[in-house]
Design a protein around this ligand. Sequence first.
Ligand SMILES: Cc1cc2nc3c(=O)[nH]c(=O)nc-3n(C[C@H](O)[C@H](O)[C@H](O)COP(=O)(O)OP(=O)(O)OC[C@H]3O[C@@H](n4cnc5c(N)ncnc54)[C@H](O)[C@@H]3O)c2cc1C
Length: 528
Amino acid sequence: MSETDEEALLLPVDFLIVGAGPVGLVTAILLGRKGWRVTVLEKWPARYPMPRACTIDHEALRILQGIGVMRKHADLFEPSRGERGGYQIRNGDGVLLRAINWNRPAESGWANTNGFYQPDLEAELESMALELPTVELRRGCSAVAIEQDESSVTLTVEAGDEGRESLRGRWLIGADGANSIVRELAGIDTVDTGFEADWLVVDYKPLDNRPWDAFVTQYCDPDQPATAVNSGPGRRRFEFMRRADVTVAELSRPESAWKLMEPWGVTPDTARLERHAVYTFRGRWAQEWRRGRIFLAGDAAHLMPPFLGQGLCSGLRDASSLAWRFSLVEGGRASQSILDSYGTERGAHVREIIEGAVAIGQVVCELDPEKAADRDARMLAELHDSSAVTVEPPHPGLGQPSITDATDANAGRLSVQARVEFDGSIGLFDDVVGGDWQLISLEEVVVAPDLLAWFDDIGGTITTVADFRDLDGEYGAWFRAHNCSMVVSRPDFYIYATGAVGDAPRILEGLRGELTHSNELIEESALT
Ligand SMILES: Cc1cc2nc3c(=O)[nH]c(=O)nc-3n(C[C@H](O)[C@H](O)[C@H](O)COP(=O)(O)OP(=O)(O)OC[C@H]3O[C@@H](n4cnc5c(N)ncnc54)[C@H](O)[C@@H]3O)c2cc1C
């Protein structure tokens, strides 16, 4: 071990995280639960009290389940189900142009889409982070400078009256939002889609119990594009695009919010206004996700207009993707080279979602009446094609290179979680069986003891479907649909590989090779 590596082991923290938004906090919790020492630096002295995100998908809920949020607080989320669920795109006359199947059964064990109130979730995340003995949150500290060498990062923060202070860690994660200073200081450029539109966001509590058409409705009225959305139990949101003849200042007034909501019968008699603010919706992504020991996550790495409700969901995927890699690398169980695929996997995945969100934005934000009429005619013509009426939400796979079996078409897609009965307990698989890495097969797999021991050491579990009761028949159906009898999934729930039961030794060997192909590096980075 070199002198600098020895010195790095003595550093006060393993991870510095800039930004205590939802992505920074979930990253801190995932790392802190594995015992890594994490310091989160947040520029604001108090939590931001207003929501931005208001819907969250099944995959993000599985990530939150993994850190214990769902066990205690599943009631924070209202699923899109039944007649009041779904996602609709309507024209200015209210005619249905297209629907997205928001009510589809989702593979992660949770409803495809759920409404929620972001400040409640952030409060819970903050208290969960603070309960972890190795996680520290320092508010009122603004990141202003970063330096790095081969084995550490030095972050300078400005802490009000206390002045400047330098902190050292082995790695730094910039989860500092859309205007990321970490991204800027690391010299990472962004690619912009050119999409830009100002929208007024109005959150309110209905005082009556009127039914709504759908969970999310996009009203593509060229006179006034608008979105109505279920934003969690007892709450709703409207969003209104700013027209060229209205200034941001005018649109920001509460009177504007009431006037725009009036056609829907939302008035001071029927609703209580919680907040209103104008946001600029954009679509862009970072060209690189890593510079040496500095990584980007969340809005710092990608920004999208919220038409698909995927910004936060994508940030939570980043957190999950980073945390398992770092835990293996820092634990001496994998080569540092696995950190390189973080950006390639996440970059292509989120780019597909950004492009989808921008495409819907271009449909919704059309202000030219003639072009809007053409759009309506085209989309109405497509209504004759039943497959075009209701489309699936995007399900991108991981970009390449990735830590997956490149020969398997199922690899890099989301794996499955469903309700099971196991060992006397009933619940979702992750809660009652668990496993960072999960090998699930239709029949018993035979694997050499050393490979088994290695899989166990990285937090793997091996389960056959006969070991548990598949309460809703989901596992049987999933294996049939994916034409396989065994799956190995990663800690972020993406499929590493599928195959026949007899393929298990080959697949686990392949995984071990991919994670550990540079043994010198493993020894060098080992902390324990
Ligand atoms: C109107 C609107 C609707 C949305 N709807 C949805 C939706 O329905 N579903 C969805 O998934 N997403 C949605 N999003 C996106 C979602 O809100 C964001 O993707 C998510 O909040 C980003 O989380 P984050 O932790 O990456 O960043 P942030 O929440 O921005 O947190 C970054 C943190 O870093 C801190 N920080 C910044 N600079 C520094 C510094 N120099 N030093 C220290 N700290 C710093 C900030 O104070 C902040 O607390 C929506 C966004 C908007 C605006």
